[in-house]
Design a protein around this ligand. Structure first.
Ligand SMILES: Nc1nc2c(ncn2[C@@H]2O[C@H](COP(=O)(O)OP(=O)(O)OP(=O)(O)O)[C@@H](O)[C@H]2O)c(=O)[nH]1
Ligand SMILES: [Mg+2]
Length: 308
């Protein structure tokens, strides 16, 4: 049955699912900009971010969330809570799963109760992502089995990385979203300020360049934007100072690297993204600071994850 297309919709759509399923990649594909950071490691998104798509139909606010995970660590529990809180306030939910994982059906079954409780079935959509990595012959039976669970209004195969199938999501969301005034000005692309995005770009490069516990042991603070006149009298380029806080001296050593090479690599890569985002050249100065046990500091974590 075809539903009538609405004209002035204004709605929030939560993007939820297991960690590493491609939620942030999907958000970026939906809005056509790099809003949320991506890495091949689990537990990349911490604080979540909304990307805003203005289209002829209205305004779609897509809210990326941390991936659901079963892990005893305190931070993992808090990230699950962040995802619950962010998604429950949305009008509809896109459940994103990695269709190329052999465990995909089990992952859906394990989240069955949460899927049922988070949003009504007619407001819950299943996005089977990473279909570029799977044999088409396996895809149809998977879609059928997921559909038969009766948990979702639709089951949609996509490749977020290749932006394939993504437009269809916008069309199928339209009929279930409310009509109303836009929440954000037409030229907004995200709900976050510039410093948030800058700190996230730096975090992403740490995720991409370092291994084991190092990415998970750092948080970034944008210290200040320096006026060019005092810092670089001859240059018109603005200087941005950012501090990477890590939880131990040994991790500080890894982040700086031999002769500062690791920090230089992170800085160079982050600067490229920041320049693309700001549309201008900048100079990025990274500093590394040790803040022991920040991941065990309940008050700090609640503030950082915006849970209070
Ligand atoms: N082949 C392929 N890879 C994808 C696709 N979508 C995402 N990926 C990759 O999957 C990995 C995880 O992507 P993210 O977008 O960071 O996943 P996430 O669900 O946001 O992860 P968390 O924030 O940790 O929960 C990255 O290496 C992406 O490049 C896709 O459609 N196809
Ligand atoms: Mg993510």
């Amino acid at each position: 049955m075809s539903e009538t297309k609405k004209k002035n919709i204004s709605g929030f759509i939560g993007i939820v699912g297991p960690t590493n399923s491609g939620k942030s990649t999907l958000l970026n594909a939906l809005v056509g900009r790099k809003i949320s950071i991506v890495s091949s490691k689990v537990q990349t998104t911490y604080r979540g971010v909304s990307g805003i798509l203005n289209s002829g139909d209205g305004q779609f606010v897509f809210t990326d969330t941390p991936g659901y995970q079963r892990h005893p660590e305190r931070v993992a529990q808090l990230l699950n809570l962040v995802a619950d809180q962010k998604a429950s306030g949305c009008d509809a939910v896109l459940w994103v799963f990695d269709a190329s994982s052999i465990r995909v059906f089990d992952q859906i079954l394990k989240l069955k109760e949460k899927i049922k409780n988070l949003k009504r079935q007619d407001l819950s959509f299943c996005v089977l992502n990473k279909v570029d990595k799977i044999d088409k012959l396996k895809l149809l039976p998977l879609i059928q089995s997921v559909w038969e669970l009766g948990l979702f209004k639709e089951v949609v195969p996509v490749s977020a990385k290749k932006s394939s199938g993504v437009d269809r999501l916008v069309n199928i969301l339209n009929p279930v979203l409310p009509e109303g005034e836009k929440f954000y000005p037409e030229d907004s692309i995200s709900d976050r300020n510039t410093d948030f995005h800058l700190s996230e770009f730096i975090r992403e490069k740490i995720y991409q360049a370092t291994h084991q516990e190092v990415p998970y042991s750092s948080w970034i603070e944008i210290q200040r934007w320096a006026t060019t006149a005092t810092e670089q009298p001859k240059s018109k380029v603005e200087t941005i100072h950012a501090t990477i806080h890590v939880d131990s001296d040994s991790r500080k050593g890894i982040l700086i690297g031999k002769k500062g090479e690791m920090l230089k690599k992170i800085g160079t890569e982050a600067r490229k993204d920041i320049e693309m985002f700001l549309g201008k050249h900048i100079c990025l100065k990274l500093h590394v600071d040790v803040q022991p046990k920040w991941k065990e500091d309940a008050r700090f974590l609640n503030r950082y994850l915006e849970l209070e």
